[in-house]
Design a protein around this ligand. Structure first.
Ligand SMILES: [Zn+2]
Length: 115
């Protein structure tokens, strides 16, 4: 009886995860890094001997997917949008990991019950 109740609660948790997944906005894997550069112009502020002011920040998105690593330049005006996609992706992974945790637990319970 207890295991049946547990099953129901696992099924309910899975349903809840599915609903949360359906509500997720745009996603993208990876992480952002900030870079400051020195340019080629000899008299530029970035080469000032006393107070060098490098150019930037420039933002790069790095990610590895299906064995392939990539780094993409992200424009400043698209930074907020990209940060949101990365946060959504993190949430997406948490939700799917949790889902897999639950199905593994469910399978285990079913095997114990049918022993
Ligand atoms: Zn410069």
């Amino acid at each position: 009886m207890i295991s049946v109740m547990k099953n129901t609660s696992i099924a309910r948790k899975i349903e809840h995860l599915k609903q949360q997944l359906a509500k997720l906005g745009p996603i993208h894997p990876g992480s952002l890094s900030e870079q400051y550069n020195v340019c080629g112009k000899p008299d530029c502020r970035c080469k000032d001997p006393k107070n060098p002011q490098k150019h930037g920040p420039y933002y790069h998105l790095s990610f590895t997917w299906r064995g392939k690593s990539r780094t993409l330049f992200v424009r400043a005006e698209r930074l907020a949008e990209m940060r949101e996609k990365l946060a959504n992706y993190k949430h997406f992974r948490e939700l799917t990991d949790e889902w897999v945790d639950l199905v593994v637990e469910l399978e285990q319970q079913e095997r114990e019950r049918n022993r």
